[in-house]
Design a protein around this ligand. Sequence first.
Ligand code: SF4
Length: 386
Amino acid sequence: MTLGIYIQVPFCQTKCTYCNFHTGVVSRDRYLPYAEAICREIETHGSVSRTPRRVDSPVPLTIDTVYFGGGTPSLLDAKLLRMILDRLRRNFSFESMEVTLEADPETITPEKARAWRDAGFNRISLGAQSFNDTELQAAGRMHRRADVFSASRILRDVGFQNISLDLIAGLPHQTCETWKESVGQVLQMRPEHLSIYMLEIDEESRLGSESLAGGKRYSAAEIPADDSIADFYHSACEWLSAAGYEHYEISNWALPGMRSRHNSKYWQRKPYLGFGAGAHSFDGEKRWSNLHDSARYVACIEQGTPPREQVETVTSAQALEEELFLGLRQLDGIDLERIEREYHVSLRHRIAPLAEQGFLQLTGKWLCLAPDHLSISNNVFVELLG
Ligand code: SF4
């Protein structure tokens, strides 16, 4: 059994208008203590795993994916990123690694990219979001279209052969034309991987508040209609498929052989450990998360107190829901026979009406979402999970 590692870096240069993540804009002075706290958390977990009484522990000690996410992890000095990776190497054995760094385009320089490569990163996830400057500006992003081209060139020049781009469908001011232009630019750049997220407006975000209360500052009135966003998504599905990308998860496409191995662990309920403020972990039986507040997280680690906030044993009913909710996000679908066997349930009566309405497809033992209903997957999950 191999394990994924997630490192959370909850710092950003500014707050995007649509963002509801637990991230903050803090002084750079806080980056070093935070990175040191992560190293100590890794060390603590590593030493627990190595003690003789845990020899038979189901917790695996070999890791095959590492993902630095955030936030904007590329804000950290490359030396700090390397320090964290080195600490992982000291405490776990690495096997056939995929090591991803999320990076915002404007943070990338040739020096940093070389340092990331030399530290062991071999995959960069680039938060492009759009290739239209009006949309980027309205969303509160720091970069512009030219920065995405420049970042991609730098990464290729220093030898990165696995680049992922993110796009958002539904940004304020987005139109059919600008969406087509953004996807068209992606196809020209031909990254190995692409994620497309449909904008979800959270009330906690500045854009969400403006949607509810009115105002013009964040262009909430310029958000495309839900039907338009669904059209953007479905048209991207066609264009990407025609260009040779495999659509393997609701929001993710990859060239053959380039699927995200780390994120696939989440959808397949494989174990992973998260380090850092707000990071989540799953060992196959329990899920837990760390304190979200980065200052409190660092204080806990410095005092030798575990930073865990919530520990929950996953019940059989919850595990079944996760199998359906997470598994069906993958376009390959789920092995219904295995699930019915392992959970001692029959799901056919719940599936039949949804299949009749064309939302689900059952082919042999494989159950999947119907391709033309992916943009309303949440509604289908609600119906299925009852
Ligand atoms: S860069 Fe990402 S995490 Fe940071 S504010 Fe923007 S959307 Fe949120």
